[in-house]
Design a protein around this ligand. Sequence first.
Ligand code: TLP
Length: 340
Amino acid sequence: MDFRSDTVTKPTEEMRKAMLNAEVGDDVYGEDPTVNRLETLAAKILGKEDALFVTSGTQGNQVAILTHCRPGDEIILEAESHIFLYEAGAASALAGVQTRPIRGIKGAMEPSDVKKAIRSDDIHHPYSGLICLENTHNKAGGKVIPIQTMKAIYEIAREKDVPVHLDGARLFNAAVAAGVPVTEFTQYVDTVQVCLSKGLSAPVGSILAGSKSFIKEARKWRKRLGGGLRQVGVLAAPGIVALEKMVDRLAEDHANARQLAEGLSTIPGLQVDVDGVETNIILCNIKETGLSNEQFLTRMKEAGILAVPFDDGVIRFVTHREVTGDMVQIAVQRIRQLIG
Ligand code: TLP
């Protein structure tokens, strides 16, 4: 039972068939009809003029930073955001930008803190090149950043002429949890990256969306990074299935996450903020068990359950298409036993 991440989901039968039958061409020439179809569909769903198929969420975020910024710029982002914590320092290594982390509450930066962080026109200061948001927020435990917060930050950003990028690796989870179309969120950002390869179950790929001129330049950056692929329709085809067929079922993952959180919270020594589980990520504090993360994860592994360490004394569980309600019940029973 693999609760490590929703990235572990394998392509569905329908995706495999779509891959087999995909019409392809050379995408560097813009001639892959399946990639073109995916990009047009994604742009429409995300409410943007154009979109670009990229190899990963990290590549999507980094192409966005490279396209928006120049070396020496500063990007404002949440202190526990994926771009800051988990992209191997790529923003500095590739785009040459410096990061300005702002601590948020449940992953959401206070608009007033963002406003204060935007640099003035002083000779000593870097330019504020970009504001990055993340929704849902991974490290905060899959929290949905409220639309109102995004709107307030966007209004400040526009006033100061700073673009806003959204790391929406799990934006469809946010939309399903909030019961609104993704455009309710994306209307308040200039560019957005969404992952096809997480809960949506495609094997590979992300989408970067924005204005026509932005995507034209982003395409150049993707090429510079070696991301100009050829007959890549075989990978875009399952992405189309992901967007058309796999979004609504994310609600099942959220229901299973709730169940798992409730079950774990009844086990002595484990602490879970059940009401704080808004989507498919559960953070479980194990400190009171007296076990280290490593000991806890080893015992779980012996019992056939995989999860990942997230912080000192905190384990992350993620639900996805390959975790059923029955598996959740069994996992809770086994964890109860292994702690006892
Ligand atoms: N997150 C992975 C790990 O890298 C931590 C996971 O298992 O959750 N933005 C966010 C918010 C993400 O959670 C991730 C992946 C990415 C970007 C990067 O996507 P990939 O892995 O496709 O580069």
